[in-house]
Write a protein that binds this ligand. Structure first.
Ligand SMILES: Cc1cc2nc3c(=O)[nH]c(=O)nc-3n(C[C@H](O)[C@H](O)[C@H](O)COP(=O)(O)OP(=O)(O)OC[C@H]3O[C@@H](n4cnc5c(N)ncnc54)[C@H](O)[C@@H]3O)c2cc1C
Length: 483
């Protein structure tokens, strides 16, 4: 008897779970999986949408697998179909196309939707944004943004977090006039401290963005003759042909709550990713694990791998959480942030080092506790990001002279661009897929002799793609060192 697993959501976590089940059990001897997703297209890499807005790739380039990949492997996927209710007693899900699917195990991978703050005139009676107001979450939103963007389009981005800044940078690259409106004193306040935020604001303005801080967009309205405008909290207005809303996300938990599965901010799960119903799991952005609801892909992919393992083995493994490192993927702005970033310099338990070079758009801060690096903000310092993330990940003791952490390139420390020979085997090269240098060198020894083959063997580079140059460097190094 095979176990029938129904996965709700054909996003990054749901599609990865199906792929992982297939990888571990290619003949479907133990498990058959069915993915039901309400988006019309096959699974795509949501992270790459910012590159589509920036004009670097086309929407089709975001597809995770080539057309036909799932069908060729007999993987059942229903796209454009929404699960509307769950009958847990009968173990069935009901869909909006009238279909009903039986399950032995059910997995919620319903992700999040864009949160739209209260803005008068922005929402129709059905709750959808009016034309010209787009919440940036899915490929349809991305395509709508791209088709609305032209030279000199007046764009207002509501929210200066990671998504807002990536969308704003992309729109600027297409020649639009862009204003970011953010309610706090500086952008990305969850990942930056005030001093770093001030340097970031300066960098954004220098590349041509208007950044309006400490206020909110309260209304969107048509103006006779000149299109549309947004109204700010102080009553001032900004002309806006296009309003992109990137004001946060809300996990999709309603379907679970209606089925009486325990939810708080997300769907509550234990270390095996089981919900309050032992036959039902939740992974990705809809799950709340150890009180954390994640907003990045790496945790969702790790959760998918844990569930796949557990569905196929009698010895379950546990998911223990993911150390989050955030990197902004915007042309000309290199920003990495991890762990504690807003520690008070007078905190006697912590060592806080900062280096500020606003003129050149650079800022670096590291926080050390008990000889371990527990937080960092690195703006405009790509050369030290590799060393700092390795120390953050591994919990290894930091150098006696802490200053070398900030000045890695001057003192000969291992850096992102330094020889791969210097990296320890456990250094994580691809964060999205949690692939270490050792995983890559093992793949090399098994015959993966170029970045493409390494991606096929380990999945490195297939997330946000920011590790591509490191994987290329590693291949070049191995070609000479391990010929
Ligand atoms: C523009 C952008 C840039 C990003 N950049 C980064 C980045 O650089 N690094 C990073 O780590 N993360 C990034 N993220 C976040 C990352 O994309 C998410 O963490 C990831 O997609 C979460 O995967 P998920 O499967 O949980 O949710 P999703 O990928 O959102 O998938 C959930 C799917 O379930 C579907 N669904 C919901 N309810 C139902 C239902 N009832 N029936 C059927 N289907 C349903 C949804 O429509 C959706 O298709 C970015 C996100 C965006 C939008």
């Amino acid at each position: 008897m095979t176990t029938r697993v129904v996965i709700i959501g054909n996003g990054m976590a749901g599609a990865r779970l199906q792929e992982e089940l297939h990888r571990l059990d290619p003949m479907g001897a133990q498990v058959t999986s069915v993915v039901i997703g309400d988006e019309p297209n096959a699974a795509y890499n949501r992270i790459l949408m910012s590159n589509v807005v920036a004009g670097r790739i086309r929407p089709a380039d975001t597809m995770i697998r080539a057309a036909g990949w799932y069908a060729e492997r007999n993987l059942e996927t229903h796209t454009g179909v929404r699960v509307t209710s769950i009958d847990r007693d009968a173990r069935r899900v009901h869909c909006d196309d009238g279909t009903v699917h039986h399950y032995d195990r059910l997995v919620f991978a319903t992700g999040s939707r864009a949160f739209i703050p209260p803005i008068d005139g922005a929402i129709t009676e059905t709750g959808a944004p009016i034309p010209g107001v787009i919440a940036f979450r899915n490929l349809a939103d991305c395509e709508a943004i791209v088709s609305a963007l032209q030279e000199d389009t007046r764009v207002v981005v509501v929210g200066g977090g990671l998504l807002g800044l990536e969308a704003a940078r992309g729109a600027l690259l297409r020649g639009a006039q862009v204003t970011v409106v953010h309610p706090r004193a500086y952008p990305m306040e969850k990942q930056m401290d005030a001093a770093g935020g001030a340097v970031l604001s300066r960098v954004l303005r220098e590349i041509g963005m208007d950044v309006v801080l400490g206020t909110r967009v309260t209304a969107v309205r048509d103006t006779p003759g000149s299109g549309r405008e947004v109204v700010l909290a102080d009553g001032s207005t900004l002309g806006a042909d296009l309003v992109i809303v990137t004001a946060g996300i809300a996990p999709n938990i309603e379907l679970a709550a209606e089925a009486d599965i325990a939810t708080e901010r997300g769907i509550l799960v234990d270390d095996q990713l089981r919900t309050s119903d032992r036959a039902v799991f939740a992974i990705g952005e809809c799950a709340q694990h150890r009180d954390i609801v994640y907003g990045l892909v790496q945790p969702g992919w790790e959760m998918a791998e844990t569930v796949a393992q557990n569905l196929l083995t009698r010895e379950p493994t546990g998911y223990e959480g993911t150390q989050q490192i955030l990197r902004l993927k915007a042309h000309d702005i290199d920003l990495a942030s991890m762990g504690e970033v807003d520690t008070d310099p007078s905190d006697l338990e912590a060592e806080v080092l900062t280096l500020s070079d606003p003129h050149r758009g650079r800022y670096a801060k590291v926080v050390v506790r008990k000889e371990r690096l527990v937080g960092a903000v690195l703006l405009g310092n790509p050369e030290v990001v590799g060393t700092i993330t390795q120390l953050f990940d591994s919990g290894a003791p930091v150098p006696t002279d802490r200053m070398t952490l900030l000045l890695g390139h001057l003192t000969g420390g291992a850096t992102e661009s330094a020889s791969p020979a210097q990296m320890p085997g456990e250094a994580i090269i691809c964060r999205c897929n949690t692939v270490s240098k050792k995983n890559l060198t093992d793949a090399w020894r098994k015959g993966a002799r170029n970045p493409l083959a390494m991606a096929e063997a380990t999945r490195a580079t297939t997330g946000c793609g920011s590790c591509e140059s490191v994987v290329e460097g590693l291949c070049e190094w191995l070609a000479t060192a391990d010929a």
